[in-house]
Write a protein that binds this ligand. Sequence first.
Ligand SMILES: [Zn+2]
Length: 313
Amino acid sequence: MKRILLIIFLFGLVTSVHAQKATRTMAVTIDDLPYVKFREGSYVARGQAATAKILNALKKHKVIAVGFVNEHMLESATDREARIDLLRQWVKSGMILGNHTYSHPDFNRLTVEQFQEEITKGEVVTRQLMKSRQPYQLYFRHPMTHTGDTREKKEAIEQFLRARGYKITPHTIENSDFIFNVPYAQALEKGDEALAKRLREEYLNFTIAATEFAEKISPQVFGREIPQLLVIHANDITADALDEMLQRLAARGYKFVSLDKVMADPVYQTKDTMVTRFGPTWLWRWTKSKGMDLDFDDDPDPPKWVMDLYNSR
Ligand SMILES: [Zn+2]
């Protein structure tokens, strides 16, 4: 009898752990493809190493990510084809490529016409590479998520994107990997593995802290936890930490789903009417758009020691 009870107890444990796994969903988006280079060495060699690590981690955790491309990074007199091949690997691995403009400009400094040009110029190679996958939902992400510093600019670009078949890609979790990556690349350059390890660890902890905040604030905005949308970048620290990051997120009960699936949730139909020069999370934009006044003071910032290293670069 005792043994049967033990088996029932163990079975219950296993199923409850399993149930925990299905409680949350998240889509992963990765910006600045093919690769953000902050280290010495050839773009293609560094980019290849990072691409392999990122794609391996995504495949291991069964993540279909959307990667947002800046096609100006493909321009090169010597190795344009090899750079395009980095993107080809994403498509071959089952990932989706999206548009992040041609040269990653700041919309605050551009006219609507100039920004439109950046969008059309930024989709040429990507659309070609994704030909075998048509039809698929086109996604656009504004550089620095600067969506328009006046209502007129914001609405003009929204309309332009809609007419071209694009959906604007929000994000609800942002982990400042572009900040962590700068001292991280420097540490690798100097061969300071102890510092690199410390930065990776801090980066992972920060990602979880940012995730916890999104889990805490979303029920205050929508009455429930929502499917989350993570934004990270194709850089060295993310390449080196992604496997563990996905593992830790899965341990929090996240199942990784497609961007299409997350965007199908009704909360993602909430209109973002916020006009700002900055690039805040959509949880903040939706809060303001709904006329709510919530406390975002707990939304974590990267630790001071990391900011100090970043600022002293
Ligand atoms: Zn970007």
